[in-house]
Design a protein around this ligand. Structure first.
Ligand code: GDP
Ligand code: MG
Length: 432
């Protein structure tokens, strides 16, 4: 998948004029590489339709070409599918977090339980394993051989997996383990019922259910992930056997389309063959490296900036703009630099805020409702108290932020009308 998508990108990057024909060609190549990689056909059509429509309709921000924009749109559509940041592994520090591994026979559950235990124990303290695969008693030995002597594996002679799980959890809780990972018996491919997972889930109530999906099954991964997710609340997926699998992109996008976040990928049979799934890096590799991501980010920033500039030059400035403004401030350095770009304002708005305060201010604005952000006059009395509580600051600090905001807004309004007046004068031949 990677090399042909990379080709499509480098081809369009080499073009000087991007017209409809060039966009069509780009979209056709993207389509071909996704289909070759086993990505679901409906999904491919949807993605390519959106790329085409957006690449022709949207205009690039100042300083960027339509060609840059097309690549950014491809990047965006792929990350929309897969997510951007690695999905969080939910955990609480003061308890024994229970993870249950589910998946069909042979998908790599037992191996992945060992890998995950190994991974977690290196980072987050004590990890224990419960081997509750009553269909395959040998899997306890399988895990022990993988993890070695440092990670304890609990099991007992019993036909009842729930009983094993209960006793195991009790044991590890008593010993104050941070994590317990439960290996379960997998259903066979042909069994449609997933009752045992559901039963065990209800009885045990784990904090997280992880589903293993064999990455070599291509786009069939979609149906499988869906089928499980409909029965038990799957909190994350690990796609296994992606070592050397040419069609990995298909399985990954299929799983992503099912709505469950991919936490890790398995890349071999050894205990350390587990990689955190980083969607952005994955897409970056697909598209030919970090340069493309950087380009996409720069365009995104430029879009935000030009939108803000446009609003400010019209004298519009609500608390959402203010938040954006503070954020850009953090990136751009001196605010004057930003303001110079607003017609008629040039470096005259002073904002008394330091970088520690900036983060707090953003937290305060985040604690407001969208209505409040768009109509700041609503924010009075008890609302101020609520916002302060929500963002963990004092009411005084919220008032200080509002005061700064109102000062900035007033100035921006007067500047923009001043510049309007100046333009009018200039047109009438008065002043310069
Ligand atoms: P389970 O039946 O779901 O518990 O699956 P197992 O953990 O027993 O794995 C089935 C087979 O797949 C074993 O031979 C594993 O060594 C192999 N396997 C599991 N994960 C990976 C992986 O990421 N890469 C490769 N190459 N093999 C794997
Ligand atoms: Mg097993």
């Amino acid at each position: 998948l990677g090399s042909s998508l990379r080709n499509a990108v480098s081809k369009i990057m080499g073009k000087s004029v991007i017209d409809e024909a060039a966009v069509n060609e780009f979209v056709r190549e993207v389509q071909r590489s996704l289909i070759e990689a086993d990505v679901d056909v409906k999904l491919v059509l949807e993605i390519s339709r959106r790329i085409k429509e957006r690449a022709l309709k949207e205009s690039p921000p100042p300083g960027f070409s339509r060609r840059d924009l097309a690549v950014k749109i491809l990047y965006e559509e792929l990350t929309n599918l897969l997510g951007r940041k690695p999905a969080e592994i939910p955990m609480e520090s003061k308890k024994t977090n229970v993870i249950m591994m589910v998946g069909i026979e042979g998908s790599g559950k037992t191996t992945t339980v060992a890998k995950l235990a190994f991974w977690l124990s290196k980072r987050f303290g004590k990890v224990g394993i419960i081997s509750a695969d009553v269909m395959r008693p040998a899997s306890k030995l399988q895990i022990e051989q993988l993890v070695g002597p440092d990670i304890p594996v609990f099991s007992k002679e019993s036909k009842d997996p729930v009983e094993i799980m209960r006793e195991g959890i009790e044991f590890f809780k008593r010993e104050r383990y941070n994590f317990v990972i439960i290996d379960t018996a997998g259903r066979h491919k042909d069994e449609s019922s997933l009752m045992s997972e559901l039963d065990a889930y209800r009885e045990i109530g784990p904090d997280l259910v992880i589903l293993t999906i064999d990455g070599t099954i291509g786009q069939a991964a979609y149906a499988q992930a869906r089928a499980f997710a409909e029965k038990v609340p799957v909190g994350g997926v690990i796609v296994t056997k992606l070592d050397g699998a040419a069609k990995g992109g298909g399985a990954l996008s299929a799983v992503a389309a099912s709505g469950a976040p991919i936490l890790f990928i398995g890349t071999g049979e050894r205990v350390d063959d587990l990689e955190r799934f980083d969607p952005e890096r994955f897409v970056s590799r697909l598209l030919g490296g970090g340069d493309i991501i950087e380009l996409a980010m720069r365009i995104e920033e430029a879009f935000k900036e030009s939108r803000l500039m446009e609003r400010m030059s019209k004298g519009k400035f609500d608390l959402e703009d203010f938040r954006e403004y503070i954020q850009q401030l953090g990136k751009a350095g001196p605010m004057e630099k930003l303001l110079e770009m607003v017609p008629g304002i040039g470096g005259r708005v002073q904002l008394d805020v330091n970088s520690g305060e900036m983060d707090r201010w953003i937290a305060i604005i985040n604690s407001m409702t969208p209505e409040e952000r768009r109509d700041p006059s609503l924010i009075r009395g008890s609302r101020i108290e609520r916002i302060a509580r929500g963002s963990g600051v004092t009411a005084k600090e919220v008032r200080k932020l509002l005061k700064s905001y109102h000062q900035a807004k007033k100035l921006i309004e007067s500047m923009s009308s001043e510049s309007k007046a100046r333009r009018l004068f200039r047109r009438m031949g008065i002043g310069g």
